[in-house]
Ligand binder design. Structure first.
Ligand SMILES: CC(=O)N[C@H]1[C@@H](OP(=O)(O)OP(=O)(O)OC[C@H]2O[C@@H](n3ccc(=O)[nH]c3=O)[C@H](O)[C@@H]2O)O[C@H](CO)[C@@H](O)[C@@H]1O
Ligand SMILES: C=C(OP(=O)(O)O)C(=O)O
Length: 510
């Protein structure tokens, strides 16, 4: 077989990665010590390359194009104890991305998602979508993703490995139930936070005639089309993904569905705004009662821009606080982080915010926030999360970190997850005084004299980022191993922190 198609494919990957990094061909050529015409030939697939050249291109573009065998896990080496400065944009959220990718299955037309987060969680879902026949492509020079569904999904061909690495596949139930009288989905994964039941999803979707049997490694779904929601669907938990699943089922139900105890959280709002673009009418967005008027068929070419991630905003605020730095965080979705800010003010944090402006979705309110360095103290009361509007559960771990640099003892109460608080004790490896009172409560005694260390990422996204941010504050060189879990939810975090003056190097075992 000719090697030409490989060269063309690799050339295309190199071109995409170069554009994604915002480099011209001439700039890449300079980094590689070669000529622009050589880069042109490489990208066109007209140049044979040595392994050495491939490795150098990979280094220059922070991207591995060809791996010989399994590339091995990615690690970070952090030289900490430095102040950050400058400004950074908040990217769009992982949690809206996953909901919108699932919701694109409702639409026979072309869905374009603008400025989507380019994260591993999205990559896994794209693999799942590709395996069942959905065509997706990143538009050139952008984070815009185009999605075109096939005439009929091939659910039997689903990429089980990719599906099992995310929790999102559970959100296929709502979009699929109308067109597929019976189908199988692999069990959902996601952060390992203790038992995460999907019972509320199954209970709520029964109103649409969906019956799910959990068998060996898979959910077997069958649907009785005679069953339609006749009265309001009352969720037993105000969960985000369960609300999304019911919304997606309701979107293709040609009648009115009322959802009570719905989550009004940011990703649910993004999903509602997207469904509106598909022609679905929804009343009560941002409240706990949603009234949905669905459509039997949806066939529209639509575009949507998800809003900025409040959890990333909180992560960046925590990065500033732990390093005692003044940075400007642009595009902060203020409505979804107000309580966190009020709590931080209670700990002595000072900041400035700009006037409000609107996200590209035309709905979400944003501000630019500048942190002001200064001493922090423990809050008077314990810190605990609540469904929105409340302190976001995914933001809670960052308060352990802030508590570690505040004077006094901060009590964190994670009533929601069985396991997540336990991972916060990993901070002790860096010298923090974190005491686990029980699986749900920790006390953090600050301030901390940080000590550099080598730590493996806990198997949960936010606690892993907390360790990374603590390492930014820690003088000397620390190593954080196996950061896939961070890449699942944050795009180019190391590089973006480096743009603020941090020193975070990505490396792999050879
Ligand atoms: C893809 C996505 O959007 N993931 C988010 C979503 O996950 P998701 O919607 O999947 O959250 P879960 O269903 O795991 O719910 C989180 C936990 O909260 C409990 N619970 C939740 C609501 C409630 O009213 N009562 C209650 O007890 C659940 O039993 C569970 O233990 O919401 C979680 C909680 O905000 C976030 O951590 C996740 O980042
Ligand atoms: C718990 C989280 O995500 P997931 O639901 O994808 O596991 C998170 O975003 O912190």
């Amino acid at each position: 077989m000719s090697h030409q198609p490989y060269l063309t494919r690799i050339g295309g990957l190199i071109r995409d990665a170069r554009r994604h990094k915002g480099l011209t061909q001439a700039e890449l050529a300079q980094l590689l010590g070669t000529s622009q015409s050589a880069v042109t030939r490489i990208e066109a697939g007209k140049q044979n390359m040595s392994l050495d050249m491939l490795a150098r291109i990979g280094d220059a573009l922070d991207s591995e194009f060809v791996s010989v065998g399994y590339p091995g896990p990615q690690h970070l080496r952090i030289v900490g104890g430095r102040k950050l400065s400058g400004s950074i944009d908040v990217k769009t959220s992982k949690n809206a991305a996953v909901a919108l990718l699932c919701a694109s299955l409702l639409n026979r037309g072309r869905t374009t998602l603008r400025n989507l987060a380019r994260i591993e969680e999205v990559n896994r879902i794209l693999e799942v979508l590709a395996s069942i026949g959905v065509r997706t492509r990143w538009l050139p020079d952008s984070n815009d993703l185009e999605i075109v569904p096939p005439e009929r999904l091939d659910l039997d061909a689903i990429d089980v490995d990719a599906a099992r690495r995310t929790r999102t596949v559970i959100m296929f139930l709502g979009p699929l139930l109308h067109e597929h009288p019976s189908f199988k989905l692999p069990y959902a994964g996601g952060c390992d936070l203790g038992t995460r039941t999907v019972e509320p999803h199954l209970a709520a979707l029964k109103s649409f005639g969906l019956h799910v049997l959990a068998t060996h490694g898979a959910y077997e779904a069958t649907r009785d089309p005679a069953v339609q929601p006749t009265r309001a669907i009352v969720l037993t938990e105000r969960g985000d993904t369960v609300t999304e699943n019911v919304l997606m089922a309701a979107a293709r139900h040609p009648g009115t569905t009322i959802i009570r105890n719905a989550s009004p959280n940011y990703m649910v709002q993004d999903l509602c705004f997207f469904l509106e673009k598909l022609g679905v009418r929804i009343e009560g967005i941002g409240t706990t009662t949603l009234t949905v008027n669905g459509l039997a068929e949806i066939d529209r070419d639509v575009e949507y821009s998800p809003s900025e991630d409040p959890i990333e905003a909180m992560s960046l605020i925590a990065a500033a606080l732990v390093t005692d730095s003044e940075i400007t965080i642009e595009r902060v979705p203020i409505e979804f982080i107000e309580i966190e800010l009020a709590t931080l003010e209670g700990m002595g944090m000072k900041y400035r915010i700009s006037d409000e402006y609107t996200s590209a979705n035309g709905r979400t309110r944003l501000v630019d926030l500048t942190t002001i360095a200064g001493p922090l103290h423990a809050p008077t009361d314990k810190i605990h999360p609540m469904p929105f509007p409340g302190l976001n559960i995914d933001n809670l771990p960052f308060f352990a970190l802030v508590g570690a640099v505040a004077e006094g003892s901060t009590m964190i109460h994670d009533w929601v997850y069985e396991n997540r608080a336990i991972y916060l004790t990993e901070l002790t490896k860096l010298g923090a005084r974190v005491q686990l009172l029980d699986p749900h409560r920790v006390i953090v005694e600050g301030p901390t004299r940080w000590r550099a260390a080598e730590v493996g990422c806990p198997p949960a996204l936010r606690p892993a980022v907390v360790i990374l941010l603590a390492m930014l504050a820690t003088p000397g060189t620390s190593v954080l191993r196996n950061v896939y879990v961070i890449n699942r939810g944050y795009e180019d975090l190391a590089e973006r922190l480096n743009a603020l003056g941090a020193t975070v190097e990505v490396f792999r075992d050879i």
